[in-house]
Design a binder for this molecule. Sequence first.
Ligand code: HEM
Ligand code: HEM
Length: 167
Amino acid sequence: MAKLMHWTIGLLILGLTWLGWYMVGLSYYDPWSQDSLIAHRALGMVVLALALLKVLWLMVSPTPEPLPSHKPWEQKSSRLVHWTLAVSMFVIPITGYVISTSEGAAVPMFNWFDVPALFVADESTRDLAIAIHYYVAYAIFGVAMLHTAAALKHQFIDRDGTLKRML
Ligand code: HEM
Ligand code: HEM
């Protein structure tokens, strides 16, 4: 379960960062501009739901201990990176939700159901949500690349099976 959620959330976050970057570059008249935003919102809400499930799952089944071969600074830095990534799974979609529902509109989920607006945000709250969504999404992309490079280094240079145990 933990592995399945890691890869589903991880790939969705990377894909949504690309989609977000792509869609804000489209002109209003581009045929994809509306559909890409609709898909971005719905898939982003899926990340939020999976992040909640992941926290519940962690209570049932805690993350395995780090490998004994990992030095204390590696354990500390990996914990910091994992925490940063885990917090972003909430911060990015929640700020996206605040932007999208700021005028009271619901978020449509694949023509299946709508996630209603819980509150109406004023302009300054909306602007703050846009700024956080923007900076955290791109910063997390950098952190995820560092995280990937570390996983590859452990797997192929240290040969300690770190990536393999996540597969
Ligand atoms: C696609 C490239 C990625 C690779 C190769 C990768 C690889 C790994 C590996 C090998 C671990 C296990 C580390 C250990 O056992 O100590 C891990 C853990 C973790 N990864 Fe990734 N990861 C990737 C993307 C992501 C992304 C995009 C996120 C979230 C934004 C993420 C979040 C986490 C978290 C929170 C953990 C801690 C373990 C857990 O709670 O599931 N990863 N990753
Ligand atoms: C983990 C999930 C998500 C990621 C990684 C992500 C990432 C991004 C990125 C990179 C951008 C482009 C920012 C820019 O260059 O200006 C963006 C824009 C946007 N996202 Fe997300 N997003 C996520 C979830 C959501 C959700 C759940 C919603 C709404 C329900 C949402 C709504 C929006 C909106 C409305 C914009 C355009 C903001 C603007 O007008 O500048 N996002 N997102």
